[in-house]
Ligand binder design. Structure first.
Ligand code: AHR
Length: 500
C-alpha cells in the first residue's frame, strides 16, 4: 500500500516561479518560423506569431533563456543589434546553420516585455570573454551616458531592460562546445566575466556553468573546481539533463525523476562542500536551465553530421508520446520537491526544437503531449511546497536501481489554503494511494491525468492535438484520509483545500 502524508506545517520552502522557465535558442526553427515569422497570418507588427505567444501564455512560462545553448558560444551579440537591414548573416558553427541576425537582443527582450516573460540572458564565454560580456550587460541594463547603453538608445530603446538573470556561457565542459575549456580555464574566466558584469550592474544574478550532464567524466570535479573560482561572484550553478527511453528500457525511463533527484543531491553536495571549505555562509542555488525528454542518443545524428543549412532547418524536432508526457510530469514533481535549492528551471526548448509547442511555417501551432503536465503544474502550483512523507513500494530499474513506484509533490497557497497535489504512478498497474492529512481537513476535487498509453500521439499533428488531460479515477474521502486511484503509468494533478 502507498501512503502520502501531508501536513500543513511541514514545508520545503516557497515556490520560485522561475522553475517554470523555458528556453529559446537560435537553433533550427525555435526562433525563425517558431516564435518569429513575419508574414504569418497571426504575426504581430513586430513579426512574432500570436498563436505561439498565446500557447506560451497557456503553458504558463515564467522566464525564457536566450540565445543559447551551444549557439551562444560563438555568438557576436553586436551583429544582432541595430538596423536590421545592416545586419550580416553569420555561420553558426554550433548548429552549422546560417544565422540571418534578423532577431537579436532587442527583438527578444522587447518580445519578453510585451508577453510578460522574464528574460534569462547567456553571454558567450566560448569564443569571447570579459569585455563582450560586460558590454552586453551595459547594453541591456545601463543608463544613458556610456558607450553601450548609448548604443541601445541609438537603436531606439531608451529605457534599460533590467535583465536580472545571466548565464556565464553554456556547457563549457562539453568537448562539442565552441571554445570548450577545462574547469580551471572556465572557472577563472567565469569569475572575471562575472565580476565585471556585476560591476556594470550590481543587481544581476549569475549562473556558472555546471556539468552538461551527470554522465560527463568530469562531473563533480568540474563543479568543485569551477565553484572554487566563482563561489563569491555567482548565485547559481547550472544543471542540464535530458532523458529518453533507451533500448526499450521503459522502467528506467519512467524512473527518470529519481535520476534527476540524485543529480540534484550530488550538485548540492559539491556546491556545499566548496562553501564549507571556504567557511562561507552563502548558499549556491541550482539553475536547472535545460531539462526535458530528448531522444538524443537514439535519434540525433550529432552536430558534426549536420549539413550546413540556412532558412531555419528542421533540427531535433522530436515528437512526443503519452509516456513522454508522464515522464515530464514526474520530472516537474522532482523540481518542486527541491524548491529549497532549485531556483530556476528551463524546459528546453519552447517551440519546435524538443518542444511542447510545434508550428508549421504559414500554418498551425499546436500542443505536444508534454505541454499538458507543464501547463497544469504551472497553473495549479503556488505558494509554498509542502514536505510530503511518501511511503511507496519500489520497482527495480537498470539505470537508477530501485525507484519509488509512486512519487508526489504538493503546494499550498498560504493566503487561500488551496492545495495542489501532483502524483505519478510509474507502474504498469493501477495503484491505490492513501492520502493522510493529520491536523487538518483536506478536500480534493476530481483530478486530471496524462496517460502513457498513447504511443500514437507522436505520429501526426492530429494525433498530438487529440491527446490531452483525461479525468482522473474517482477520489474517495474517508475519515482523516483520502483514497486515490491512479491509472497505470500516469501523472495526475489534483486541486483542493487544506484547512486546519
Ligand atoms: O537544447 C539543445 C542543446 O542541448 C543546447 O544547445 C545545449 O546547451 C545542449 O547540449
Amino acid at each position: 500500500m502507498t501512503t502520502i502524508t501531508l501536513h500543513p506545517d511541514f514545508r520545503i520552502g516557497p515556490l520560485d516561479r522561475r522553475i517554470f522557465g523555458s528556453f529559446v535558442e537560435h537553433l533550427g526553427r525555435c526562433v525563425y518560423t517558431g516564435v518569429f515569422e513575419p508574414g504569418h497570418p497571426t504575426a504581430d507588427e513586430h513579426g512574432f506569431r500570436r498563436d505561439v505567444a498565446d500557447l506560451t501564455k497557456e503553458l504558463g512560462v515564467s522566464i525564457v533563456r536566450y540565445p543559447g545553448g551551444n549557439f551562444v558560444s560563438n555568438y557576436v551579440w553586436e551583429d544582432g543589434v541595430g538596423p536590421v537591414e545592416d545586419r550580416k548573416p553569420f555561420l553558426d558553427l554550433a548548429w552549422r546553420t546560417v544565422e540571418p541576425n534578423t532577431v537579436g537582443t532587442d527583438e527578444f527582450l522587447q518580445y519578453c516585455e510585451r508577453e510578460g516573460l522574464e528574460p534569462m540572458m547567456a553571454v558567450n564565454l566560448g569564443t569571447r570573454g570579459v569585455e563582450a560580456a560586460a558590454a552586453l550587460v551595459e547594453y541591456c541594463n545601463g543608463e544613458a551616458g556610456t558607450r553601450w547603453a548609448d548604443m541601445r538608445i541609438a537603436n531606439g530603446r531608451e529605457k534599460p531592460y533590467a535583465v536580472k538573470l545571466w548565464c556565464l556561457g553554456n556547457e563549457m565542459d562539453g568537448p562539442w562546445q565552441i571554445g570548450h575549456k577545462d574547469a580551471h580555464e572556465y572557472g577563472k574566466l567565469a569569475a572575471e566575466a562575472g565580476k565585471a558584469m556585476k560591476l556594470v550592474d550590481t543587481g544581476i544574478e549569475l549562473v556558472a556553468c555546471g556539468s552538461s550532464s551527470m554522465q560527463m567524466d568530469t562531473f563533480g570535479e568540474w563543479e568543485r573546481t569551477v565553484l572554487s573560482y566563482t563561489y563569491d561572484v555567482v548565485d547559481h550553478i547550472s544543471m542540464h539533463a535530458y532523458y529518453e527511453e533507451l533500448d526499450g528500457d521503459r522502467a528506467s525511463f519512467l524512473g527518470s525523476g529519481t535520476g534527476m533527484q540524485r543529480f540534484i543531491e550530488r550538485v548540492v553536495s559539491s556546491a556545499d562542500a566548496v562553501g564549507a571549505q571556504m567557511r562561507s555562509d552563502k548558499r549556491i542555488t541550482l539553475s536547472f536551465d535545460e531539462w526535458n525528454v530528448w531522444y538524443l542518443v537514439s535519434r540525433f545524428p550529432g552536430e558534426k553530421n549536420l549539413p550546413i543549412q540556412r532558412d531555419a532547418p528542421r533540427i531535433i524536432e522530436d515528437a512526443y508520446s503519452g509516456l513522454d508526457s508522464v515522464v515530464v510530469g514526474d520530472l516537474l514533481v522532482t523540481l518542486l520537491n527541491n524548491a529549497d535549492r532549485v531556483a530556476v528551471g528551463c524546459l528546453a526548448q519552447l517551440v519546435n526544437v524538443i518542444a511542447p509547442i510545434m508550428t508549421e511555417p504559414g500554418g498551425d501551432a499546436w500542443r505536444q503531449t508534454t505541454f499538458h503536465p507543464f501547463a497544469t503544474t504551472s497553473r495549479l502550483a503556488r505558494g509554498e511546497v509542502l514536505d510530503l512523507r511518501i511511503d511507496s513500494e519500489t520497482m527495480a530499474t537498470d539505470k537508477h536501481g530501485d525507484v519509488p513506484v509512486v512519487t508526489a509533490a504538493a503546494t499550498i497557497d498560504p493566503d487561500t489554503d488551496e492545495v495542489a497535489l501532483f502524483v505519478t504512478n510509474r507502474s504498469p498497474e493501477e495503484r491505490t494511494v492513501t492520502v493522510r492529512h493529520p491536523g487538518a481537513t483536506l478536500r480534493l476535487g476530481g483530478g486530471a491525468a496524462v496517460l502513457a498509453d498513447h504511443e500514437g500521439a507522436r505520429e501526426t499533428q492530429e494525433a498530438a492535438e487529440a491527446y490531452g488531460m483525461v479525468d482522473a479515477l474517482p477520489v474517495a474521502h474517508g475519515d482523516g484520509e483520502i483514497t486515490l486511484r491512479l491509472a497505470p503509468e500516469s501523472w495526475t494533478a489534483f486541486s483542493g483545500a487544506l484547512h486546519r
